[in-house]
Ligand binder design. Structure first.
Ligand SMILES: [Zn+2]
Length: 296
């Protein structure tokens, strides 16, 4: 009951704050568009019901993709320990998902990534990882990299410097505690950073993950429109880090469309890893066994 209350509280906070990572300049427009979108009841109900291993997220999709259809989308693995090392070649993209993990939707995202044979980076909110440890571990066990996103999705640009550092550290510690993996990446909520905080984070060996291509999946658009809009930005920039949020059902529904279009366009999904976050094989095995858990 307590965890349910905490979760509802988190959702309310996220809804009030706009929840998505985006430049501060978008805040007012997003507040208007985003405010009414979070339906706590439907999220709680559907996610709880959908969090069963064995449920195929593709079952409801027409023309469900077959496993054999894919394989050409996966690109190289890029292992870094600084921002300057994140250099992409033409037609290379990195997939990132913020604000989770959350039952149901994160699982659907994971299933799609597995079907397409590609890896992503999940920037987790500390409190969400603490609430849903099994999903957080599953993300790691399936070979994706992780990072921090503060403990409670605070806007750090509006937070006192020392408090902001504490929030970053607490968020990273929660994610590391749950997953057993050191957190090497960090993304500022709302992409709201300051020079001093970036410098302080870098001094703590955190690689700040910025975003080049904003899917704007925090707007209530159809999965088809989101995929089309995102692909238009990918084509214009030809490469970059794509920002998405695994807390949205429309993002989970959009992902197969986006990956299909990336593959058709000859793009490669680069797997981003932090040099000090790579897991021992034993931990991968332990995490894989954990995916047998049916309910959280
Ligand atoms: Zn966020």
């Amino acid at each position: 009951m307590v965890s349910r209350l905490v979760f509802v509280c988190v959702l309310a906070c996220l809804a009030l704050a706009g929840c998505a990572s985006r430049p501060p300049s978008d805040l007012q427009a997003v507040k208007t568009a985003y405010g009414p979108m979070v339906d706590k009841q439907s999220i709680l109900g559907r996610d709880q019901a959908g969090d069963r291993d064995g449920d195929s997220p593709f079952a409801a999709l027409p023309n469900a993709p077959g496993r054999r259809s894919f394989g050409a989308l996966a690109g190289r693995t890029l292992t870094v320990s600084s921002i300057s090392e994140i250099r992409l070649a033409d037609k290379e993209v990195i997939l990132t998902f913020d604000d989770g993990p959350i039952p149901g939707k994160t699982d659907m995202v994971l299933a799609t990534l597995r079907e397409f044979g590609v890896k992503a980076t999940f920037l987790m909110v500390g409190q969400m990882a603490a609430n849903y440890p099994a999903i957080a571990k599953r993300v790691v066990a399936q070979g994706h990299s992780i990072g921090g996103h503060t403990y409670n999705h605070a806007n750090l640009a509006n937070t006192a410097f020392s408090q902001a550092l504490t929030d970053i550290a607490n968020g990273n510690a929660a994610v590391a505690r749950v997953t057993g993996v050191p957190v090497g990446f960090f993304r500022f909520p709302y992409l709201a950073d300051t020079g001093a905080l970036r410098q302080a984070a870098a001094a703590r060996d955190l690689v700040i993950l910025d975003a080049d291509i904003d899917s704007k999946d925090y707007f209530k658009l159809s999965p088809e429109t989101l995929a089309t809009n995102t692909m238009a930005k990918v084509r214009a920039k030809r490469k970059g880090i794509i920002l998405m949020h695994d807390i949205h059902g429309r993002t989970a529904a959009m992902l197969p469309l986006l990956l299909s279009q990336l593959r058709a366009g000859g793009y490669k999904v680069v797997a981003l890893q932090h040099r000090r976050s790579r897991m021992p094989e034993a931990m991968v095995s332990a995490g894989a066994a954990e995916t047998g858990v049916r309910r959280l």
